[in-house]
Design a protein around this ligand. Structure first.
Ligand code: DOR
Ligand code: ZN
Length: 335
């Protein structure tokens, strides 16, 4: 049977939540990943040094393995240089959300005007703190990401030393932006490599595939696939695995988020194998992220085997993507 060994897989965009949900999902991420960049959109959002430290401790306590590093983030505000200097060793990145763009983003920014953000973004550049961006405007839902490209451009030009990550990109326009500015990078989810809007809403509505940014058109998915499969040096894997309780997804007013943490590596093997690109998976799930972020991940080796795996219908209270379906790759062991 064919096997694939991945060393130090990293998930550079994950939602671990807090409380009972954290206890459900954290072990699923720490089982197969060496580390993950943890999003700060809790209620209330993570905005102080104490909150970062306490949240990190709760994550470590919820993990079932010690060989996992939660890379912490703050929820963007116009932080002072003094504050950033004091917190730089406790965080890896700061995540900026447009207000109201997605789950728990009400405290995000209402404008991307440069001047009010200058002190913060210059200090981040100087301290080597990465800026992660949820890049969507308030426009028509299918156009929001493409419309945001001018904001990325403005940020990249005004802060050339700042590393800017276009999070969970979903469009050809975002792919085309990557090589235009040396300081722009991107994460790509596994679900956006697989689905289009048709899968979400083309037939019966599938709430477990509803996320922000919404999946786009086939040509967008193909553009994402192309750079992921070649492990373009400026892209890395970020699952955006975002658990919501079953009743909240299967309801009127379904929250955005696809839960993929326990099946992400298996799905990536499937996709990369289908396109004869398994040799590039290591770079996509680890090496690129380590280089881009300048991190040295905790040692972990994950062996996957080409053997059927039936995805559980539910993990405690959370329905995963592909629930009840059979995947063609399984986790064989983790060392
Ligand atoms: O679909 C999403 N869910 N997109 C995000 O940006 C946030 C996430 C969540 O927190 O549920
Ligand atoms: Zn996210």
């Amino acid at each position: 049977m064919k096997t694939v060994t991945l060393t130090m897989p990293l998930d550079m965009h994950v939602h671990l939540r807090d409380g009972d949900m954290l206890k459900i999902v954290a072990p699923l991420t720490s089982y197969t990943f060496s580390g993950a960049l943890v999003m700060p959109n809790l209620v209330p959002p993570i905005t102080t040094k104490e909150m970062v430290k306490e949240y990190r401790s709760r994550i470590k306590a919820a993990m079932e393995s010690d060989d996992f590093e939660p890379y912490m983030t703050l929820f963007y505000q116009n932080f002072s240089r003094e504050f950033l200097e004091s917190v730089q060793d406790d965080i890896t990145a700061i995540k900026i959300y447009p207000s109201g763009a997605t789950t728990n983003s009400q405290g995000g920014v209402v404008s991307f005007d440069i001047e009010p953000m200058r002190e913060t973004l210059e200090a981040m550049s100087d301290f080597g703190i990465v800026l992660c961006v949820h890049g969507e405007t308030q426009g028509f839902v299918m156009d929001r990401e493409a419309e945001f490209m001018s904001v990325y451009e403005k940020l990249a030009i005004n802060f050339p030393k700042l590393k800017i990550i276009m999070e969970h990109i979903t469009t050809r326009e975002a792919v085309e932006m990557l090589d235009r500015h040396p300081n722009l990078y991107a994460t790509i989810t596994v679900h956006h490599l697989m689905i289009t809007l048709d899968d979400v809403a083309g037939g019966m509505l599938r709430p477990h595939l509803f996320c922000k940014p919404i999946a786009k058109r086939p040509h967008d998915r193909d553009a994402l696939l192309k750079i992921a499969l070649q492990a373009h040096p400026k892209v890395m894997f970020g699952s955006d695995s975002a658990p919501h309780p079953k009743h909240a997804k299967e309801s009127c007013g379904c929250g955005a988020g696809v839960f993929t943490a326990p099946i992400a590596l298996q799905l990536l093997c499937e996709i990369f194998q289908e396109h004869n690109a398994l040799d590039n998976l290591q770079a996509f799930v680890s090496d690129n992220a380590q280089r881009i972020y300048g991190i040295c991940a905790e040692y972990k080796e994950v062996v996957l085997v080409e053997r059927d795996f039936v995805v559980p219908e539910i993990y405690a209270d959370v329905v995963p993507m592909r629930a009840g379906e059979t995947l063609t790759w399984s986790i064989e062991r983790v060392d």
